[in-house]
Design a protein around this ligand. Structure first.
Ligand SMILES: [Zn+2]
Length: 467
């Protein structure tokens, strides 16, 4: 970040307890609210990368997410980049944010320089109809100006966001927040910089007093919460066969051994946008203040306070980009035709730059006239034919904190040796897991460092019952 430090900031008014400095609530405008809401669009892989960065609060650990993310670096996969720098499917909405902490970089598109074809590709490896490669990089034209309309929003310490309107009773809010006397509060204004946004992201994932932590620059600590299993029923389409290796003395799963599709499933967590995860977990991700933030976004009237209905949808029901498609899919992916691409010539100082506009079906009319629609070549590449992230056929292993690695008897031996666990303290169990268990592992991965033990606990108790 050296050399790119800017004075760019957004101001945030805080109403604070005069004695303890506890923040009762904040008043913020569109610029801040858009940034806060954009957390929902961040893929988990991006979150893992961002929380590992230094800021006032230092790096933080979120459940097993950091270890899952770091295991990608050691995997033999040509899709490393895709997992380590997953693209944000709401890039067109987030690129205009005043303080954008997502450093993933814009998704690249390429077209042909030799003919006037309308073909578009995610890579330069694809060939045009004229037999030349698609090599000219084109950029996305950003037309979405964030998520919410201009206005004043109230934000509580645990990130419940409410529009400032007659629908929301101010005095009962004061009472609910424990403000008894106007003289017991003081008003402060802080300048929120990119570094502070990064701190806010970290707080939002761990804390229920995010704004107080931000003001006092107090590092929130990760508290393993009681894990409650999700109530989703199993869908017959998703099945993974696993061999669990369990330590008898503490009942914890040391590792799970599975085929490549199991490794792909775990790695695909990194591509999931936070809002999609909360939605899939029925609003109960148990991650810091995220569920409350998500619910408050869902509760805000899209016709009055959002730029558009799609702007809200990108937050509460974000989709995966089609190139993340796997053969066994946990999070739904829209059918490929849902995205439409248009070529657009932008003239700046007499120079013409070709840009691409991307729309989701029904999101916006092609109102700028008759822009030529471009055809994206096989949008599912490079994971074409659902070949997945890791190479197969092979066995993979995932540890309790989701370090994913290729499996071999020697690596297993080394692992057990490192932990100095005697063989008589081990037992094996074969299980088949479905969607419910996958979502339990996903949820546990964000809240505990024992993602497998917590996510598959109901399968472990069955072991005891059998005896
Ligand atoms: Zn061509």
């Amino acid at each position: 970040m050296a050399g790119t430090q800017t004075d760019e900031h957004v101001s945030l008014k805080l109403v604070v307890n005069a004695e303890t400095n506890k923040v009762y609530f904040a008043e913020a405008g569109k610029d801040f609210v858009d940034v806060l809401f954009s957390f929902m669009t961040l893929p988990l892989g991006t979150i893992a990368r961002l929380i590992d960065k230094d800021s006032k609060m230092g790096p933080i650990t979120l459940g097993s997410l950091n270890s899952l993310y770091h295991s990608v670096a050691h995997l033999d996969t040509q899709y490393k980049e895709m997992l380590l720098q997953p693209s944000n499917s709401a890039e067109d909405f987030c690129n205009t944010l005043k303080l954008n902490i997502d450093d993933t970089g814009p998704k690249k598109y390429f077209m042909c320089t030799h003919c006037c074809s309308i073909l578009l590709s995610f890579t330069t490896l694809r060939k045009c109809r004229c037999a030349n490669n698609l090599t000219q990089e084109v950029f996305l034209k950003h037309f979405c100006n964030g998520f919410v309309k201009d206005g004043v929003f109230i934000i509580t310490d645990d990130l419940i966001v409410m529009p400032n309107s007659v629908d929301y009773a101010t005095f009962s809010l004061f009472q609910n927040l424990g403000i008894r006397n106007p003289s017991s509060v003081k008003e402060m204004t802080i300048n929120v910089t990119k570094e502070k946004v990064l701190d806010l992201l970290k707080c939002s994932l761990l804390s229920k007093s995010c704004l107080t932590d931000l003001l006092l620059e107090k590092k929130p600590t990760f508290q393993s919460s009681t894990f409650l299993s999700s109530r989703i029923e199993n869908d017959s389409g998703i099945k993974f066969k696993l061999k669990l290796v369990i330590r008898k003395s503490n009942g914890k799963i040391l590792y799970a051994q599975g085929e490549k599709d199991f490794a792909d499933m775990l790695l695909s967590f990194l591509t999931f946008p936070m809002g999609g995860v909360v939605r899939k977990l029925g609003g109960n991700s148990s991650v810091g203040s995220i569920d409350g933030l998500y619910k408050s976004i869902a509760d805000i009237n899209e016709n009055v306070y959002f730029m558009s209905k799609p702007a809200k949808n990108r937050l509460v029901d974000p989709c995966l980009l089609p190139h993340f498609k796997l053969s066994i899919q946990i999070l739904p992916i829209p059918r490929p035709s849902i995205f439409r691409y248009y070529r657009y010539n932008e003239f700046i100082n007499g120079t013409c730059t070709i840009r691409v506009m991307i729309f989701k079906d029904g999101e916006r009319e092609n109102s700028d006239g008759k822009l030529p629609e471009m055809k994206l070549l096989n949008p599912e590449t490079p994971i074409a034919n659902a070949e997945g992230f890791v190479k197969g056929p092979a066995m993979y292993v995932a540890t309790d904190n989701l370090v994913v690695a290729p499996f071999s008897p020697i690596s297993a031996l080394n692992f057990l040796n490192r932990l100095s666990i005697p063989f008589n303290d081990l037992k094996e169990k074969d299980v088949t897991i479905g969607l419910k268990e996958c979502l339990n592992i996903l949820k546990a991965s964000l809240t505990t460092t024992s993602a497998l033990t917590n996510g598959l606990r109901h399968l472990l108790t069955e072991v005891k019952e059998e005896k």
